[in-house]
Design a protein around this ligand. Structure first.
Ligand code: HSE
Length: 424
């Protein structure tokens, strides 16, 4: 006898439509393969007359209670986006004992403690594979496959919009504003791109990813965040000449009880696996004591890849009566056993506009030396109007030492054009 599992949708736009189509196409196959009969019972939309026409009108409703408080519904799938009312609706559904599946990293990252508490209290499941890296099964890999390992590093390209923009800037030598405008024209960047280009989206994802990887609550407010809006074609070109590729990385590192979590533009050596991940693709590089280096790559967005991840969660929830829960105390505050540092160690790419005159290089090198910073590489571009572009790449040093050196380099005759961290 097959298990009938009834689903309710919160929202039925691009992603909801994708999930509906996948479930429709795979219904008989999943019934045969897994003995589960997945049925979409209700879908909450803002306006039935304006709703998409490729899902049956009979399942549409404008009343949230038809989904959240419907005793027929077992699993609620949230496709609304944004923090509210999505988080409140998910909480209501969990309180009514319904398992929730979501791709909403913002609502999850900012309300995870409350949602997890509601799920535990009612015994319902809470699944969010699609919230980080789209279809890439990174949450389940960390939660189940790597559960016995000791993960000390997660480093990801988790935002496709910024990866698309940086890839095109590198290929075409174009400026940020021009590529962004073109991406918006093509529908590949949002009309208001701030969530992507300022790094908010990646920071939500990193707080989820780092919490799971490090088995400790890493709250969103602990994530240092910088976007790509200040990146210039000159930065990317200079980095390229020195063998680097620029990515917006979400970096989480754990060393004992010290954790660093940061989202910022980062140069990677051209032969790093993440440096090859171009266009709108996402990838997550993981290091653990036993698994060592590994990388997962795939589509981070789009209706079909997201639907695949969401339906994976639905099937998992339908097949497993005992929900998988986070391994850590999901508190509103960061784990008090951890120290979150803003004085991490990194290498630094520092691009200067200087006079092309005797003693300038020695002066700049002296500033680094005064902060105990060792220089790994240096490049000077041909002078123009008596000025030169000089780039230093340092050996590993501390963030605070780099900040002091940059403050000291900036003077009347010398200007720091950009400072970009370099990972390996
Ligand atoms: N806006 C995100 C991106 C997709 O550009 O990758 C959804 O998280």
């Amino acid at each position: 006898m097959s298990k009938i599992v009834k689903l309710g949708f919160l929202g039925c736009g691009n992603i909801g439509g994708g999930v509906w189509h996948l479930l429709d196409e795979m219904h008989d196959e999943l019934l045969k393969r897994d003995d589960i009969d997945l049925r979409v019972e209700k879908a909450l939309v803002l306006s039935i007359p304006l709703a998409r026409t490729d899902v049956p009108t009979a399942i549409l409703t404008e009343d949230a209670a038809d989904v959240l408080e419907n005793p027929e519904i077992d699993i609620v799938c949230e496709f609304m986006g944004g923090e509210h009312p999505a988080a409140d609706f998910m909480q209501r559904a969990l309180e009514h004992g319904k398992t929730v599946v979501t791709a909403n990293k913002m609502a999850l990252a900012l309300n995870w403690d409350k949602l997890d508490a509601a799920a535990r209290a009612s015994g319902a499941g809470l699944y969010y594979e699609a919230s980080v890296g789209g279809v890439i099964p990174v949450i389940r890999s960390l939660t189940l496959s790597l559960e016995a390992d000791k993960i000390d590093r997660v480093m990801g390209i988790v935002n496709g919009t910024t990866n698309y923009i940086l890839t095109r800037m590198a290929r075409e030598g174009s400026d940020y504003a021009d590529v962004l405008a073109d991406a918006q024209r093509l529908g590949l960047a949002e009309p208001n791109p701030a969530a992507d280009v300022e790094g908010f989206d990646a920071a939500y994802k990193l707080s989820i990813l780092a919490s799971i990887a490090f088995h400790s609550r890493v709250t969103y407010d602990k994530v240092h965040r910088e976007g790509i809006t200040g990146i210039t074609a000159a930065d990317i070109a200079a980095g390229k000449e020195m063998g680097y590729v620029l990515k917006l990385l979400a970096i989480g590192k754990r060393d004992g009880d010290t954790v660093e979590v940061r989202v910022h533009p980062t140069f990677l050596p051209g032969d790093h696996p993440l440096a090859q991940v171009d266009g709108s693709l996402n990838a997550i590089f993981i290091h653990g004591a036993y698994c060592q280096d590994m990388m997962l790559q795939g589509r981070g967005a789009g209706d079909k890849p997201t639907a695949s991840a969401i339906c994976g969660d639905i099937v998992y929830a339908a097949l497993n009566d005992r929900p998988t829960r986070p391994s850590f105390a999901n508190t509103p505050e960061p784990d008090p056993a951890l120290t979150f540092t803003d004085d991490w160690r990194s290498r630094y790419f520092v691009r200067l506009d200087t006079p092309d005159a005797p003693g300038v290089l020695a002066k700049a090198a002296g500033v680094f030396a005064a902060e105990g910073i060792s220089i790994d590489a240096m490049m000077q571009k041909p002078a123009c109007n008596g000025r030169a572009q000089v780039v230093f790449v340092t050996h590993e040093t501390s963030e605070k030492a780099a900040e002091k050196a940059v403050a000291a380099l900036n003077g009347d005759d010398m200007r720091v054009e950009s400072v970009i961290r370099v990972e390996k």
